[in-house]
Design a protein around this ligand. Structure first.
Ligand code: NDP
Length: 443
């Protein structure tokens, strides 16, 4: 049995109740086989066994009181996966589905993603099974304060720098930052995604969605093509989806779908982003409200955006939202590119089918790395007490996304997998990490 297969089996046995973590590890390690086989020193140093085990996982309770005086207790996590390349870095997810396995899968992916950005950031992730939907501002604040009261013992600007993710936007980051500062009595860049008035970076809000589009644009440019005139389908209507739609539209594409956890809309004239932002960002309402306000739009309950014919599909909602049947439909409808804005939105089976069918598949750990990369830029600005202009940050983001695209593309070519950006991204992220881990000894 090969070293890779042995480690995958061990991960399955040890983490049997964590399907998303097993899925992420299987995908990454399988694609690394050519590099692992060519480098026996990795097995000697038990490198893979160490890479799949978080350095530390913290689980804690978050008690808070709602507006009617009822006490609630949520479970929260911070998984500090790998600090070889820099302080742990990764978002905080607030969603009822959050459990240890999901946070571990996200932290594992984050480690490779952060390596790909070439910025000095390790990998981590956190979150809680708290559901922000339907909560008042005061309830959100009390939850965030209680959450940070424990978390602040484990993080710091040079230790671990969390950020936003599903359910954690500028409002939540603000409450968490205030509580951190109050308890620790130190103003430092301990969180990214902060408001502009207290150390946030311009363009951080837009960064993941814009970065995703820049990644695809680089591929198109290298093949004498562009976004102009393309039909694009997008899932999600949160931070990543919104700004992916905005940038794709700026570059001349027509984006015809968006979704939320209740349903999706088909707008053949192209999404009116001003109305969508009002509904989802300002009113925090259901996406059906968009259909009620814009003429010619159809609303469908449940899932289904992948049934609409398109040139480019960008899943930007959550993990495992694009299945094999969806992949078949995309291929049958002539889709040419699938670019992941979310983390692991495409199942393993669907990913393999899309690649075998000759589509260009852009894996999230490369194509959605613009968010964490800009968080890295926010950390640099905080350390230097600097504030760069929007254009300056966007230009750096564009450069980083171009570099990530070419790092993945070149690595794929080097190992005989031309055009396979999944293999390329995993190898490029892994090599830097592996070199650093070997250099730092058995730790
Ligand atoms: P948001 O909370 O802003 O938006 C999430 C969107 O996805 C919402 O429209 C939400 O619907 C929908 N959604 C969430 N869960 C489900 C579900 N189980 N089924 C269907 N729809 C769902 O999150 P982000 O936009 O920040 O994150 C989206 C994805 O991108 C995640 O996978 C995240 O890990 C990844 N990502 C985010 C980065 C960032 O910078 N924010 C960076 C890199 C990756 P509803 O409105 O109903 O809740």
């Amino acid at each position: 049995m090969s070293y890779v297969d042995r480690v995958i089996d061990e991960v399955k046995a040890k983490n049997a109740h964590e399907p998303e973590f097993i899925q992420a590890v299987t995908e990454v390690l399988t694609s690394l086989k050519p590099v692992i086989d060519a480098n026996p020193q990795y097995e000697k140093a038990a490198l893979l066994e160490r890479i799949v085990e978080p350095e530390r996982a913290i689980i804690f309770r978050v008690p808070w009181v709602d507006d009617t005086g009822v006490v609630h207790v949520n479970r929260a996590f911070r998984v500090q996966f790998n600090s070889c390349l820099g302080p742990y870095k990764g978002g905080i997810r607030l969603h009822p589905s959050v459990n240890l396995g999901i946070i571990k899968f996200l932290g594992f992916e984050q480690t490779f993603k952060n390596s790909l950005t070439t910025l000095p950031m390790g990998g981590g992730k956190g979150g809680s099974d708290f559901d922000p939907k339907g909560k008042s501002d005061n309830e959100i604040m009390r939850f965030c304060q209680s959450f940070m009261t424990e978390l602040c013992k484990h993080i710091g600007a040079d230790t671990d720098v969390p950020a936003g993710d599903i359910g954690t936007g500028a409002r939540e980051i603000g409450y968490m930052f205030g509580q951190y500062k109050r308890i620790r009595n130190v103003w430092e860049g301990v969180l990214t995604g902060k408001g502009l008035s207290y150390g946030g970076s311009l363009a951080r809000t837009e960064a993941t969605g814009y970065g995703l589009v820049y990644f695809v644009q680089e591929h198109l440019t290298c093949h004498n093509d562009s976004f102009a005139g393309k039909t694009v389908v997008v899932s999600g209507s949160g931070n990543v989806a919104t700004y992916a739609v905005q940038k794709a539209q700026q570059l001349g594409a027509t984006v015809v779908t968006m979704s939320d956890s209740s349903g999706w809309v088909y707008d053949p004239n192209g999404i009116n982003l001003a109305v969508m932002k009002q509904v989802k960002e300002v009113e925090r309402a259901r996406i059906s409200e968009y259909a009620a306000r814009v003429e010619g739009v159809k609303y469908f309950a449940g899932r289904g955006v992948w049934s609409i014919p398109c040139d480019i599909a960008m899943p930007c909602a959550t993990q495992n939202e694009l299945f094999i049947d969806d992949a078949r439909q995309l291929v049958a409808n002539g889709c040419k590119i699938v670019a992941e804005g979310a983390n692991m939105p495409t199942t393993l089976e669907a990913t393999e089918y899309l690649i075998e069918s000759g589509l260009v598949f852009c894996p999230g750990k490369a194509s959605n790395a613009g968010g964490v990369a800009t968080s890295g830029l926010e950390m640099s600005q905080n350390s230097g007490r600097l504030s760069w202009s929007f254009e300056e940050v966007e230009e750096k983001l564009k450069g980083i996304m171009k570099n990530i695209y070419h790092a993945a593309d070149d690595a794929a070519k080097l190992y005989g997998f031309e055009g396979n950006l999944v293999v390329g991204a995993n190898i490029a992220g892994f090599k830097k990490l592996a070199d650093a881990m070997l250099a730092q000894g058995i730790v």
